[in-house]
Design a protein around this ligand. Structure first.
Ligand SMILES: O=P(O)(O)OC[C@H]1O[C@H](OP(=O)(O)OP(=O)(O)O)[C@H](O)[C@@H]1O
Ligand SMILES: Nc1ncnc2[nH]cnc12
Length: 189
């Protein structure tokens, strides 16, 4: 049995939420930025978050964790180790040294391009896409598309934080009946 329940208590969730810091007007005016660095800094909070993120996917076969640069790496590596899955980094344009596939996307506060090494996912592989924050879902759906282009099958998404008002969940689930697992939901922005 896990040290923490699959369904965390309200008290546990309050404890974890207290380690997410609101930073107004970052990185651009009008954005309320959810800063995860206090959660990373507190070992119990980080450990609990990783266990809660992994829990629903233990026993569901996951071949590869696709982790999104850069904050997604902080969670993706730890989840890949917990799930005995390979770790496939998706990086911002120009960072991966080998042959890449590339996709343009928009997120809450801008636009960018993501890349994945070609041949990093086996056709038919079950893929879990991991990031720190689900906002509009633009970043995660772009990463999922890169995995699908290589024949990967998206088995789920996992995020530490979900900004409910931005509609990311609906965007990710519009085409698939997928497990979209988030720990800390903020509905007011
Ligand atoms: O759901 P979305 O609207 O797409 O937004 C979520 C994305 O935004 C942030 O990444 P950012 O591009 O700021 O990069 P970082 O992780 O390097 O800080 C966050 O880490 C997610 O990847
Ligand atoms: N409001 C926000 N806070 C932190 N990360 C984000 N990524 C996209 N929107 C974000």
């Amino acid at each position: 049995m896990f040290a923490h329940d699959a369904l965390p208590s309200e008290q546990a969730l309050r404890y974890l939420r207290a380690h997410i810091r609101d930073v107004p007007d970052f990185p651009t005016p009008g954005i309320l930025f959810k800063d995860i660095t206090p959660l990373l800094a507190e070992p119990r909070a980080f450990h609990m978050t990783l266990d809660l993120l992994a829990y629903p996917f233990i026993g569901q076969h996951i071949d590869a964790v696709v982790a999104i640069e850069s904050r997604g790496f902080l969670f993706g590596g730890a989840l890949a180790a917990r799930l005995n899955a390979s770790l496939v980094p998706v990086r911002k344009r120009g960072k991966l040294p080998g042959d890449v596939d590339r996709i343009a996307y928009a997120l809450e506060y801008g636009e960018a391009e993501l890349e994945m090494h070609k041949d990093s996912i086996q056709p038919g592989a079950q893929v879990l896409v991991v990031d720190d924050v689900l906002a509009t879902g633009g970043t995660a759906s772009a990463a999922a598309e890169l995995a699908r282009r290589q024949g990967g099958v998206i088995g789920g998404f996992a995020f530490a934080v979900e900004l409910g008002a931005l509609g990311g969940r609906a965007r990710l689930s519009s085409s698939d009946d997928l497990k979209i697992h988030t720990i800390l939901r903020f509905d007011g922005g």
